[in-house]
Design a protein around this ligand. Structure first.
Ligand SMILES: Nc1nc2c(c(=O)[nH]1)N[C@H]1C(S)=C(S)[C@@H](COP(=O)(O)OP(=O)(O)OC[C@H]3O[C@@H](n4cnc5c(N)ncnc54)[C@H](O)[C@@H]3O)O[C@H]1N2
Ligand code: MOO
Length: 420
């Protein structure tokens, strides 16, 4: 589709009433507007899961000093060169050195020290005999095997050298990276935080799961589903529950949430209804558009006091697909990551699908192993935008481009693997 880009920057002629914005145009507007989150300094455990925003180098070598790899005896290797089962070498034990001993110890030829794993090597010793090769003596020790110089010694700097960069910016701080930060002495670290995303659903009909709905009411499912989807997209989902369809309440709730949000998602109230509270509350602040996709046609996006607000349609499948198409890429971009769809790939269709011409269609699908071990995909049941059954059973979205109205069985199609 060509022509002016409606809503992006507010320039150009208003779109014709029936002109739908393309998925790519809407995504481009979002990605052009969302801010990169500023790095913050966090204590290590608070930084878990965040992206490192600085190069981290080791101030000292690791290990910091030569130390023993085994519990045993620190010896001079030439003293034990002739040791054997038949002809053991006996050495006087002149003391113990344990991990954590901060004093300096030393031996001279003809003597040995009992040493524990991690203890600094005594000056003069050049090998460690493991306790299993001895009689375990504490006054003197019988050694039954020789050891070359360097035996069971962990050298200073053999893991990491002083000044070496141990973690590059952009790496995600999982358990091993947290361990490395602590190992080089860092208590705090600069990270690009995971975006905190407040999720609000709207609708007079919504009740909390666990409560008893009256006739005409339903349980709120969107806010639970999207809070989970945020967490699956490396964000921190904060469910703020359901609001009624009162525009002033919606606006007030959003303003209240700004303090703790890097982004806000709402669902419902953005279509053509007489009581579309979200649209009413935010028209003039956000851009409300119709996007050439199914499901997920009515969309709203904009910044409220600099915070991105995504107003997704209320139909649950529409809300979920809209999240994957628009919100997930935005959350990744806010962390400085490529705004990719989840698990994009291809699979061979096992049945024909029909798709509305001019709309990009995201069907719910189930993956399987097809002929020749090729990945195959089958539409996962009823495809209405209110039908959670197929979504909950799906492990993929099938993406049918705008220009296709029928895709026959056997054709290779784009799929997005959903988190399982
Ligand atoms: N005259 C028109 N009507 C509609 C159009 C249109 O173009 N012209 N578009 C349809 C499409 S497409 C969608 S999608 C929906 C979007 O409507 P809203 O975003 O205003 O959503 P609501 O009307 O509030 O709700 C729609 C539907 O979803 C249920 N819902 C809402 N929130 C939740 C929730 N948190 N958990 C579970 N279910 C929820 C709600 O009860 C409605 O059934 O508009 C169409 N109409
Ligand atoms: O776009 Mo609506 O999301 O088709 O049901």
């Amino acid at each position: 589709m060509s022509g002016p880009h409606p809503g992006a920057g507010g320039t150009g002629a208003p779109p014709a009433a029936d002109r739908l914005r393309t998925v790519d145009e809407h995504l481009a507007e979002i990605l052009g507007a969302v801010p990169l989150l500023a790095p913050i300094d966090l204590a290590l455990l608070e930084a878990e899961g965040a992206l490192l925003a600085e190069p981290v180098s080791a101030p000292i070598p690791l290990p910091p000093f030569d130390n023993s790899a085994m519990d045993g005896y620190a010896v001079v290797s030439t003293d034990v060169a002739s040791a054997s089962e038949d002809s053991p070498v006996t050495l006087p034990v002149v003391g113990d050195v344990a991990a954590g001993d901060t004093g300096v110890s030393a031996i001279r030829p003809g003597l040995c020290l009992r040493i524990m794993t991690g203890a600094p090597m005594p000056a003069g010793a050049d090998a460690v005999i493991p306790v299993e090769w001895t009689d375990g003596g504490t006054v003197s020790v019988r050694i039954t095997r020789p050891a070359p110089p360097g035996h069971y010694i962990r050298r200073a700097g053999e893991d990491v050298q002083a000044g070496q960069v141990v973690l590059e910016p952009g790496v995600r701080l999982r358990a091993p990276q947290l361990g490395m930060l602590a190992a080089v002495g860092r208590a705090r670290v600069s990270v690009r935080p995971r975006p905190r995303v407040v999720v609000l659903s709207t609708g007079d009909e919504l009740r909390e799961p666990g409560s008893e709905p009256a006739f005409g009411q339903i349980w709120d499912s969107n806010s639970f589903m999207l809070t989970g989807a945020v967490n699956e997209s490396e964000g921190v989902g904060i469910r703020a529950g359901a609001l009624t369809d009162a525009p002033e309440k919606v606006r007030e709730a959003l303003e209240d949430q700004l303090i703790r949000a890097d982004a806000i998602i709402t669902t419902g109230g953005v279509s053509m209804g007489a009581r579309d509270a979200v649209k009413e509350a935010l028209t003039g602040t956000l851009t409300f558009t119709k996007v050439a996709m199914r499901p997920g046609k009515p969309q709203g996006f904009g910044l409220l006091h600099g915070i991105p607000i995504f107003t997704l349609p209320g139909n649950p499948v529409s809300a979920y697909v809209s999240f994957q198409v628009f919100v997930r890429p935005a959350l990744l971009a806010m962390q400085g990551l490529p705004p990719e769809p989840p698990g994009a790939g291809t699979a061979v269709l096992t049945e024909e699908v029909r798709s509305p011409a001019g709309l990009r269609h995201y069907l719910r699908g189930r993956l399987s192993s097809g002929e020749d071990g090729d990945l195959a995909v089958t539409p996962a049941g009823a495809q209405g935008s209110h039908q959670m059954g197929a979504l909950a059973a799906a492990d993929a979205l099938i993406v049918v481009p705008e220009e296709r109205d029928i895709v026959p069985a056997g054709e290779r199609v784009e799929i997005w693997r959903l988190p399982r």
